[in-house]
Write a protein that binds this ligand. Structure first.
Ligand SMILES: Nc1ncnc2c1ncn2[C@@H]1O[C@H](COP(=O)(O)OP(=O)(O)OP(=O)(O)O)[C@@H](O)[C@H]1O
Length: 675
């Protein structure tokens, strides 16, 4: 396919586009019925805005609606754009998709990317404008230092540190050094000849000397790239001005996860300039271990002089679940305000329970039977159910896979490693969706308009042709030709007689690889295209032989009709009808004592993914009195009953009843409940 010139971040498109503007009075949210009153006020607010709200309040949806409002009413006039920054790639892609669905006619002016992609993009484009001391004459490579390497570095620099700061240098922690010390050090325009007399600045400078000032390519991570980007913007006023003109509106999602480096970058580039909107929930701050700043939203409000709007509706969970969430929320924030549930209840029986089991085998068997029964009775899909755990999700996989397969139900472990990628990342990756989209379009003679639209939009981004209707038309024509060629190839190569590698090669051969490589590099810093294509091939190889049709190959690849197994961290931002929060025990939560608040936030994030029902499980008779006793106490306070699932009416004998009475669990017979 032809490759138009790459779009420049700080430049504006050259094509004109007709736009019909909507008046304020006529503007309505699209895709949803209503916003809560505080959200309306936040949407109309013209200055910097902080939206603080709990799980399910619609924070991401609010950003999508605010984008639609600004674009459709012309407050963000063509050709200016809105820049939305997220922390995770899938969150950025999710927001981009939401806006594209709400206002397709303006989607090309909504630039949604990760923090790392944005800062790395600036360094890559403008590195030559860095002050002399910080230029990287031999380029750079992305390199992460292990904690052990940082430890060795810190002990190496202690002896040569000036006596006045030696003790403080010795007190720096390896685990926090990169995020906190390197991340919060503002690079001086000129590197001082004498070492700084502040311990943190001294150590940070030595780190730069070691990693970046030697011969050969600099070895930098994203924290260091962020620092370079901040320096660039500080030293090159024209660049800052260009960014501010291109993006008069800046959004930041999940602001509670902002690190020191990211925060200072935002202040440096945008404070006093574009209108900034940050949304987040400090109770869901689960990235403290990775350097997330405490009280990030409060800091934002202060630094940007922003007006704060708390939202108090929950669109995801029913009232009963919102009440349970509130008990945990008040432990994390004693001032947490009660929230109004907007979701209707669609289940019989208890929406929240703790189930106790005598063994992991029994746990998997009972839950699998229960899910199968619920699907049969309700018509729900397997994907409505999630099996969540704090960590080590693979420990649960084989048991649940075996038990659910007895009922013909699939399991997808989103945490599984495929080549070097996690399955969740692979499935959400734009390039995976592009390749699968091509496969589906070629295999479906009648066409799939939604898939066509998504594939075309991805190709448009790859070729930097947003806003350029002529090039977009050419890309569309090329796509039609490619689909015809692919269809013929697939007909001649049935899945059972074709190797996964051959399919992947043919699919990639349809694309402009140089453009693709450049795009992946800029959209996902640190990631090489081959990491995605290797993982794509590996996944294809495992599903191709089991399928008779190419559509089945794509279905098996995505495995979207499956019960999902994932960690609470991976579940962030997602939602399910019923969540089983597995492994309430000391093993799963072994690190709870290290940081009980962050651990409780992880618990909060996990349980708040449930829309209708949450079942906590444990196989440990001691968990209630162990490390996470406070979780059980909170669930007790919330009135969540504990059910001993070792007894199954009609199936088990007195023997298992004896076993139950020997356990220290608080017991409840489950008569009258759905089982
Ligand atoms: N105004 C609204 N009307 C109806 N549904 C909404 C509205 N806003 C959000 N939703 C729905 O509520 C759910 C939660 O929305 P969203 O993911 O934006 O919440 P969030 O605050 O970002 O959640 P979390 O912090 O838990 O990840 C989604 O299913 C979304 O489609």
């Amino acid at each position: 396919m032809s490759r138009p010139d790459a779009d420049d971040e700080a430049s504006t498109p050259t094509m004109t586009r007709p736009t019909v503007l909507v008046s304020d009075a006529d503007w309505r949210p699209s895709g949803i019925d209503e916003l809560e009153p505080a959200a309306w006020r936040a949407l109309y607010h013209e200055g910097n805005t902080a939206v603080v709200a709990g799980p399910g309040a619609g924070k991401s949806e609010f950003l999508a609606q605010k984008a639609a409002y600004l674009l459709q009413t012309g407050r963000c006039p063509w050709p200016q754009r809105i820049l939305a920054i997220s922390f995770k790639r899938d969150a950025a892609a999710n927001l981009r998709r939401r806006v594209a669905a709400r206002v397709p006619e303006h989607a090309d002016r909504f630039v949604s990317m990760t923090f790392d992609a944005f800062t790395k993009g600036l360094v890559d484009r403008f590195a030559s404008a860095l002050p002399d001391s910080w230029r990287m004459p031999h380029g750079y490579e992305i390199s992460y230092a292990s904690e052990r390497q940082v430890e060795a570095f810190l002990s190496d620099i202690i002896p040569s540190a000036p006596g006045s700061i030696r003790l403080q240098v010795a007190q720096l922690h390896a685990s926090r050094f990169i995020a906190d010390t390197v991340g919060s050090w503002e690079l001086p325009v000129t590197v001082p000849a004498a070492g700084p007399d502040d311990a943190a600045a001294y150590a940070a400078l030595q780190w730069w000397r070691l990693r970046s000032f030697g011969r050969g390519p600099a070895r930098v991570d994203f924290v260091m790239l962020n620092r370079l980007a901040e320096l660039l913007v500080r030293c090159v006023p024209k660049l800052r001005q260009a960014l501010r003109i291109t993006y008069p509106y800046v959004f930041v999602d999940e602001f509670q996860d902002t690190t020191s480096a990211q925060f200072s970058f935002l202040v440096s580039v945008f404070a006093g300039g574009p209108t900034a909107t940050a949304v987040g929930d400090s109770k869901q701050r689960i990235m403290g271990w990775a350097g997330a700043l405490p009280k990030a939203l409060e800091r934002f409000a202060e630094a940007f002089d922003a007006t704060t709007y708390p939202l108090t509706w929950n669109f995801r969970s029913t009232k009963a679940l919102v009440d349970v969430q509130h008990v945990i929320a008040t432990r994390l924030d004693p001032n947490a305000v009660p929230v109004m549930a907007k979701a209707d209840d669609d289940i019989d029986g208890n929406p929240a329970e703790v189930w106790t089991f005598s063994s992991l085998d029994r746990e998997a068997a009972v839950i699998a039977d229960w899910i199968a029964g619920d699907i049969a009775a309700s018509g729900r899909a397997p994907a409505d159910f999630a099996l969540l755990a704090r960590q080590k999700i693979a420990d649960f996989e084989s048991r649940f896979r075996a038990q659910l397969s007895r009922h013909g139900i699939n399991v997808r472990n989103d945490d599984a490693l495929v080549a070097t990628m996690r399955l969740q990342d692979l499935l959400k990756h734009e390039i995976t969706r592009l390749l699968l989209g091509l496969l589906r379009l070629a295999d479906q003679p009648r066409g799939l308009p939604k898939v066509w639209h998504e594939v075309l939009a991805t190709l448009t981004r790859i070729h930097g042709a947003e806003g350029d209707n002529i090039v977009q038309r050419r890309i569309g024509d090329d796509l039609s030709t490619s689909i015809v060629g692919l269809r013929a190839w697939l007909r001649a190569h049935p899945p059972e007689r074709t190797a996964g590698d051959d399919v992947a090669s043919f699919l990639l051969g349809l694309l402009d690889m140089a453009a693709l490589r450049r795009y992946v590099k800029s959209a996902t810093p640190g990631e090489q295209l081959h990491l995605v294509t290797d993982a794509f091939q590996a996944r294809l190889a495992t599903v191709i032989s089991a399928s008779a049709k190419w559509t089945d190959v794509a279905d098996q690849f995505e495995c979207s009709d499956a019960v999902v197994l994932l960690t609470a961290h991976r579940a962030k931002g997602l939602e399910y009808h019923t969540v089983f929060f597995l492994g309430l025990d000391d093993q799963q939560w072994w690190a709870h004592d290290r940081d009980p608040i962050e651990s409780t936030s992880t618990f909060f994030v996990g349980l708040s993914r449930a829309a209708q029902r949450i079942i906590f499980t444990t196989t440990s008779p001691y968990a209630r009195h162990g490390r996470i006793a406070e979780f059980f106490a909170m669930l007790d306070d919330a009135g969540v009953p504990e059910i001993n699932r070792n007894w199954d009416p009609g199936m088990e004998s007195l023997e298992s009843m004896t076993e139950i009475s020997a356990t220290p669990f608080r017991r409840l017979r489950q008569s009258g409940r759905r089982a």
